[in-house]
Write a protein that binds this ligand. Structure first.
Ligand SMILES: Cc1ncc(COP(=O)(O)O)c(C=O)c1O
Length: 373
C-alpha cells in the first residue's frame, strides 16, 4: 500500500477506488459484460422539465448570486414544508452548493476549524466527512454514540449525521436526532445532517430531517440540513444541492464562499428551483429504483447474502459473513462489481455496498447471474 499523501500539516488518505481496479478488470472480462454496481452514479435521463429549465436560463452573461436567487431560497423553504415536515425554514438560512460533496469536504474549513478541533462522523460512512476534517487540519472522530466520544466532546466543533446512510441505508428516528442535537448544543458544536437520500425511503417508516420541529425544539440554531438533487432528480451532472438551517451559520459560510467564488451557476439555480417544485419526476424515478431494488435484493438473497439496514437510499448493504474482499472477488468472477464495505470504515469489513444505479437491463442481468449461482 502506498503511504498517504502529505499536504503540509494535513494527511489525505489514499483514493480508495484505485484498489478496486483488478476486480473491475475481472468483471469486465465476463462474456456478457460487467454489471457495475460499485459507484452510485445515476444512469437514467435528466427529466425533460429540468433540461428545459436549464435551457430557458442559458442566457446568463452576468455573475450569479452566491446566496442564490430569492426565488430559489423560497423554493427550498417550500420544499421542506411540503416534503420534509419542516414548516419553519427561513429562506435567509438557505445556501445553494455546487453539489453537496464540496460542502461536505469544505464545511470544516469554511467554519474555520483548526488543529485540535474534532469532527465527529458516523463510524461506517461516506469518506468525505473524514476528508473534510483533514483538509481543515482538524481531527476526524468516527463514532455513532455520545459515549464513544466521551470527554473529548469538549473539543468537538462539528458533528456529521447521515440519514439515510450511505452505505448502510440506515435511517435515524427523530428521537435519536433530538438526542444528538441536545448533546452537540451542550458542547457548542454545529450539527450538519447529510440527508441526500431522504426521498428514497422503502418502508413505511418516516425519514425525519434534522430541522424537524420535534428534533430542534423550535430553533434551527447550530443546525444545517444538507441536501442534493443528484440522486432524486438525475442531476448529478448539474451539481445542484443546498444547505438549509441556521441563518447565522449560513451567513458565515456565505461570507467565505463569496470571497472564494463558490457560486452555483444561474442556469443550474433555475433548474434546481423548478425541480423543487415538481414532485412527479421524483415519484417516477423512485418507482424505477424500487423495481431494481426488489430484483437485486431477491438475487442477492438467493445467493446467500444477508441484507442489513437498507431501509432507504440507493444501496443494499450486504454480507456473506466473510471478509468483504472475498465477496468482492466472488461477485467479480460473475462479472459483477460492488464496493467493499472497508471503503467506509473498518466496521464495514464484512459487507459490500451494492448500488441500485444501473439500468433495468443490467439489473436483470444481475438477476440471471445470481439466480444461477
Ligand atoms: C452521503 C452522500 N453525501 C453526499 C454525496 C454527494 O452528492 P453530490 O455531490 O452529487 O450532491 C453523496 C454522493 O454519493 C453521498 O452518498
Amino acid at each position: 500500500m502506498t503511504p498517504p499523501a502529505a499536504r503540509g500539516a494535513r494527511t489525505l488518505p489514499e483514493f480508495p477506488w484505485d484498489t478496486l481496479a483488478p476486480y473491475a478488470a475481472t468483471a469486465r472480462a465476463h462474456p456478457d459484460g460487467i454489471v457495475d454496481l460499485s459507484i452510485g452514479t445515476p444512469v437514467d435521463p435528466t427529466p425533460e422539465l429540468l433540461r428545459e429549465a436549464l435551457a430557458a436560463a442559458s442566457n446568463a452573461p452576468g455573475y450569479p448570486q452566491t446566496y442564490g436567487t430569492p426565488a430559489l431560497r423560497e423554493a427550498v423553504a417550500g420544499w421542506f414544508a411540503r416534503r420534509r415536515g419542516v414548516p419553519d425554514v427561513d429562506p435567509d438560512g438557505v445556501l445553494p452548493t455546487i453539489g453537496s460533496k464540496e460542502l461536505v469536504a469544505w464545511l470544516p474549513t469554511l467554519l474555520d476549524l483548526a488543529p485540535g478541533d474534532l469532527v465527529v462522523h458516523p463510524e461506517v460512512a461516506y469518506p468525505s466527512y473524514d476528508l473534510g476534517a483533514r483538509l481543515a487540519g482538524a481531527t476526524p472522530v468516527p463514532a455513532d454514540g455520545t459515549v464513544q466520544v466521551g470527554p473529548s466532546a469538549r473539543s468537538m466543533k462539528l458533528v456529521w449525521l447521515n440519514s439515510p446512510s450511505n452505505p448502510t441505508g440506515q435511517v435515524l428516528g427523530w428521537e435519536h436526532l433530538a438526542k444528538v442535537v441536545a448533546w452537540a448544543r451542550s458542547h457548542g458544536a454545529v450539527v450538519a445532517s447529510d440527508e441526500c437520500y431522504a426521498e428514497l425511503g422503502w418502508t413505511s417508516a418516516e425519514v425525519p430531517s434534522i430541522l424537524d420541529p420535534r428534533v430542534t425544539g423550535g430553533s434551527h440554531e447550530g443546525l444545517l440540513a444538507v441536501y442534493s438533487l443528484s440522486k432524486q432528480s438525475n442531476l448529478a451532472g448539474y451539481r445542484a444541492a443546498f444547505a438549509a438551517g441556521d441563518p447565522v451559520l449560513v451567513r458565515r459560510l456565505l461570507e467565505v464562499r463569496k470571497h472564494a467564488g463558490m457560486m452555483m451557476p444561474w442556469p443550474v439555480q433555475e433548474a434546481l428551483r423548478v425541480a423543487l417544485g415538481d414532485d412527479a419526476h421524483v415519484v417516477a424515478q423512485k418507482a424505477r429504483y424500487r423495481a431494481r431494488r426488489e430484483l437485486a435484493r431477491a438475487a442477492l438473497e438467493h445467493a446467500d447474502f444477508t441484507i442489513e439496514h437498507s431501509e432507504a437510499g440507493l444501496y443494499l448493504w450486504a454480507t456473506r459473513g466473510e471478509p468483504c474482499w472475498d465477496t468482492v472477488a466472488w461477485l467479480a468472477a460473475r462479472g459483477v462489481l460492488v464496493a467493499p464495505g472497508a471503503f467506509y470504515g473498518a466496521a464495514g469489513g464484512q459487507h459490500v455496498r451494492v448500488a441500485l444505479t444501473a439500468t433495468d437491463e443490467r439489473i436483470d442481468e444481475l438477476g440471471r447471474r445470481l439466480l444461477q449461482a
